[in-house]
Design a binder for this molecule. Structure first.
Ligand code: GNR
Ligand code: NI
Length: 178
């Protein structure tokens, strides 16, 4: 078990377009397990690789509430194959935008194709909070945050608050191991 530091906005690493994975290796399986540990610890219901500084198309999601029914997804190269016309408003938060929340409108249902941890192609049809979360995570892979779905006024207000919040955090050690 390893907990990874989560990058907080504004940060240029959250604006990058992530690269597709060419092969699901042991190293990437370890990364996905560490991402789930980090997500549960936070706690959150999803996490995308760029939030932990890895510019690859990998997300993890688990929207279940209690531990007995945990249903984690680890998705490599996720692609939306179908979106419903029906939309859903959901109050979103983001581990990279601590303590900030706003209503975002997205398709209520999506069908997603992805590679699982064994490199096998899978498809899942998701609705409600699972669909919202998968779309939120997939946005991260293209450098998009939920505030990018809001007006510039509201986005800038949130980002200004986060800049202040980061300025009062202890400085981040760069390149330190352990
Ligand atoms: O933990 C999270 N909660 C959440 C709530 C509503 C919509 C999306 C999310 S994802 C978020 C974790 C996160 O930042 N993932 O990138
Ligand atoms: Ni997020």
């Amino acid at each position: 078990m390893a907990l990874l530091p989560i990058i907080v906005a504004p940060d240029p690493r959250l604006k990058l377009t992530c690269e597709p994975v060419t092969e699901v290796t042991d190293e990437l399986r370890q990364l996905m397990d560490d991402m789930l540990d980090t997500m549960y610890d936070a706690p959150g219901i999803g996490l995308a690789a760029p939030q932990v500084g890895v510019t690859k198309r990998i997300i993890v999601v688990d929207v279940t509430k209690n531990e007995d029914e945990h249903h984690p997804y680890q998705m490599v190269n996720p692609e939306i194959k179908w979106r419903s016309e029906e939309l859903l408003d959901y109050e979103e938060g983001c581990l990279s935008l601590p303590e900030q929340y706003a209503q975002v409108t997205r398709p209520e249902k999506v069908r997603v194709r992805y590679l699982d941890r064994d490199g096998n192609s899978q498809e899942v049809e998701a609705s409600d909070i699972l669909a919202t979360c998968i779309q939120h995570e997939m946005d991260h892979l293209d450098g998009v945050l939920f505030v990018d779905h809001l007006s510039k006024l509201r986005r800038d207000l949130i980002l200004r608050k986060l800049k202040k919040y980061k300025a009062q955090l202890p400085p981040v050690k760069v390149g330190a191991h352990g």
